[in-house]
Design a binder for this molecule. Structure first.
Ligand SMILES: Cc1cc2nc3c(=O)[nH]c(=O)nc-3n(C[C@H](O)[C@H](O)[C@H](O)COP(=O)(O)OP(=O)(O)OC[C@H]3O[C@@H](n4cnc5c(N)ncnc54)[C@H](O)[C@@H]3O)c2cc1C
Length: 346
């Protein structure tokens, strides 16, 4: 079993570079080790934080008064289109591999930071794909029952940037994920996102060679500071800080009064999704807007960044609060944070 360390600063383990010390910290190299560590902590009543790549986390300046279990389990099994990866595998390395081997279904999720085990938590998505389209099973340790279980996709409650795991955050520890990919013709799935279709010079619904789809997604993402790059201060973020609000018909009608012709995606269930980036920019927060050491990315309005790695968590959150409150004042819409808050809140 890996060594348990005391007083480890969490900032270097998060892409925002924020967060105080963990009372105890241990890296778990296998599913068995993860289960053992979490079960023992639960037995003695020690709080647990399961840590992946730290790319969707805002950890408080006070850190975490409990045990941080860093997921480091490795292993990928491939059988035709069925790909099962251990939770500690790097997500983009897995995407790179399956694309190179001609399997489609996750190519538009290229360049998303973090580990495999976190992908079901918020149903990771981008450019018209999300993992709910390909996940068939998630192996979890259920801390409530103390059992290891295989959940089928239907039990995962996937929705836009959401899942049953996020609903009851902390209850399930993901040990492995199975994706069912198409392994027939090395072409991407139908391109479902306008900006990506434009970049590829194809029509919506067309399919392109997998490697082309991956390259185009990586280019688009890099242009927005959405691929981790030590040389690019705009990538010192947690990705999109706010989800796109989903309004009821009534709420959308109210917004129409305040902002006639606002951009919208009409959803099949009658709700209306609004781009959070548009709300933020039109509430007076342009790209590059600064509050002390924290800054809105100069490339993407939705990313709150710690560009010089000099901000505290509270300073970053003060910027996010100013943005949230400004949007509410102007449009009456409440923005909700996408990253998980540890020991703090927006
Ligand atoms: C530059 C950048 C771009 C991004 N772009 C996107 C994007 O396009 N689309 C998108 O959806 N997301 C995006 N993100 C957000 C983030 O990359 C994803 O949410 C990713 O899945 C988080 O993985 P992680 O391993 O870093 O999770 P962490 O940040 O370590 O953890 C996130 C949450 O999941 C929990 N968790 C982690 N591992 C497990 C496990 N094995 N079992 C149970 N719980 C676990 C943690 O406790 C925490 O609550 C981006 C982030 C950055 C920094």
């Amino acid at each position: 079993m890996t060594e348990r360390m005391a007083g480890v600063r969490l900032a270097p383990y998060t892409t925002l570079g924020l967060g105080g010390e963990a009372r105890a910290f241990v890296a778990a190299g296998s599913a068995e080790e993860i289960v053992e560590l979490v079960a023992e902590a639960d037995r003695v009543g020690e709080p647990v934080l399961v840590l992946g790549g730290g790319s969707n986390l805002v950890v408080s300046d006070e850190g975490f008064d409990g045990l941080v279990v860093r997921v480091a389990s490795q292993g990928v099994e491939i059988d035709g289109g069925r790909v099962t990866a251990q939770a500690g595998e790097d997500w983009d390395s897995l995407v790179e591999r399956v694309v190179a081997e001609g399997r489609s279904g996750v190519e538009c999720l290229s360049g998303i930071p973090g580990l495999v085990g976190s992908t079901p938590i918020q149903n990771v998505g981008a450019y018209g794909q999300d993992v709910s389209q390909t996940i068939t099973a998630v192996r979890v340790y259920d801390r409530r029952s103390g059992e290891v279980r295989d959940l089928i996709a239907r039990e995962c409650g996937f929705a836009y940037r959401h899942s049953a795991f996020k609903e009851e955050l902390g209850r399930h520890v993901v040990l492995a994920v199975t994706y069912e990919l198409a392994a027939d013709d090395a072409l991407s799935g139908p391109i479902a996102y306008r900006e990506l279709a434009l970049r590829l010079g194809v029509a919506l619904g067309d399919r392109v060679p997998l490697a082309r789809a991956r390259a185009a997604v990586l280019e688009l993402r890099a242009g927005k500071g959405m691929v981790l790059d030590a040389a690019d201060p705009d990538t010192r973020s947690a990705g999109s800080f706010f989800t796109n609000p989903i309004l009821t018909g009534g709420q959308a009608a109210e917004l129409e009064l305040r902002a006639p012709g606002f951009p919208r995606w009409d959803m099949p269930d009658g709700t209306v999704k609004v781009p959070a980036a548009w709300l933020i920019e039109n509430a007076g927060f342009p790209k590059g807007y600064r509050r002390g050491p924290a800054r809105i990315s100069t490339k993407h309005t939705l990313a709150m960044t710690n560009p010089e790695m000099s901000a505290s968590t509270e300073e970053l959150l003060d910027l996010a609060r100013e943005v949230r409150d400004g949007v509410f004042e102007k449009f009456g819409v409440t923005l909700v944070n996408e990253p998980v808050m540890v020991g703090t809140r927006l």
